[in-house]
Design a protein around this ligand. Sequence first.
Ligand code: HEM
Length: 424
Amino acid sequence: MAKEILKTHDTIFASRPELAAGKYTSYYYSDMTWAPYGAYWRQARKIYLTEIFSPKRLDSFEYIRVEEGQTLISGLFPLSGKPVLLKDHLPRFTLRTISRLVMSDKYYSSHASSIITLETLQQMLDEWFILGGVINIGDWIPWLSWFDLQGYVKQMKTLGKNFKEFFKYVIEDHKAIKTQIEEDYVPKDMVDTLLHLADDPNLEVKLTSDRLMGLMHDLISGGTDTSAATIEWAFQELLRRPNIMDKAHQELDRAIGKERWVEEEDFSKLPYIDAIIKETFRLHPLCALLPPHYSIEDCNVAGYDIPKGTIVYVNAWSLGRNPKYWDRAEEFIPERFIENNIDIKGQNFALLPFGSGRRRCPGYNLGMKVVRTTMANLLHGFNWKLAGDMRPEDISMEEIYGLTTHPKKPISVIMEPRLPFHLY
Ligand code: HEM
């Protein structure tokens, strides 16, 4: 069924429904995530793939990912031997990384242009993900929408307004700098690139201020929660199975040695860690339900007549755990991904962590770079154990749902350095 929706009838289901979340928190569907299928969405996808996430552009920002990765590790090092909650560190790290790539860090650092704290930006994003996944009664029973019975629309409007103020400031500041240094101007971050494109008279669809804000929003939200929660899930699983963690450490010692950190180009030497990440995606796809798809024509799917205007949710979580496709489906077994090339980019319809078809995630390459190196270096740099008297079998795998899925009961861990101290 997923294949019918996302491949056979991909064009018909490539739109999104007009839900309140997209209207109020994404500037009337001006981001790519909530945009209906059409000229603007096509243009946005092209901009992402050719300008923002081109291999050359991503390589040019590698130094930011390396610096922020180092900041994460050196922030954890002094906490060695003390109980740590990964969720207190990972989302902050991915937010710092992606926001430096998108707009520089001056808006939340001690710089004079600072207008927000990283904590506030984080809270706003957390709220965006939760509100993006709620069942808002007014979306399903339109005549009730006016009453906003659950109060979600009020929250969405406030959140949308707060984001708008912040993004407006960032755009105006970037524009002012561009005007000051007109002749020697070189785009330094993704907002610069978007502003440069906005001046292009040949664009099919004009990049209005709402659309610029929408695209910034896609980048910041897409790049933060997804990578952080994937890594958190991976460690929840590894702490339940110390033998898998040992095998990962052995691979790192063999392939990298103990005198340096893992770099992005090392990844082909780490197939076991790659398998751990894929197995994490299988059991814990970040979007348990893919964001809603919406049919723009009548069609017939697997013998059912589906009218135009139908909202469809694809359940990536249950596909990943379906015993029809996966042997010992509920167990965490990275070995199932060794020496076979099981696709995770949307060609295998039993494994859809990035979706599939036209709407599949455009940020795959960046997301994987961050997840792989961060996972590998957290494993390489530390020995891990559970804090207090918690036992591996006590770890809860319950989930909290929003647009993305997180561990409900994050675990407290003790980390001990395993590389020479001068590296931290
Ligand atoms: C581990 C990392 C990531 C995972 C697991 C992930 C997962 C997904 C999934 C499941 C979708 C929905 C596909 C569908 O609707 O069928 C999606 C869409 C999207 N992702 Fe990602 N993503 C990741 C990283 C990123 C990054 C780093 C960015 C940008 C910086 C990004 C930006 C987007 C955008 C803009 C969309 C909307 C695409 C559309 O509606 O056309 N993602 N992602």
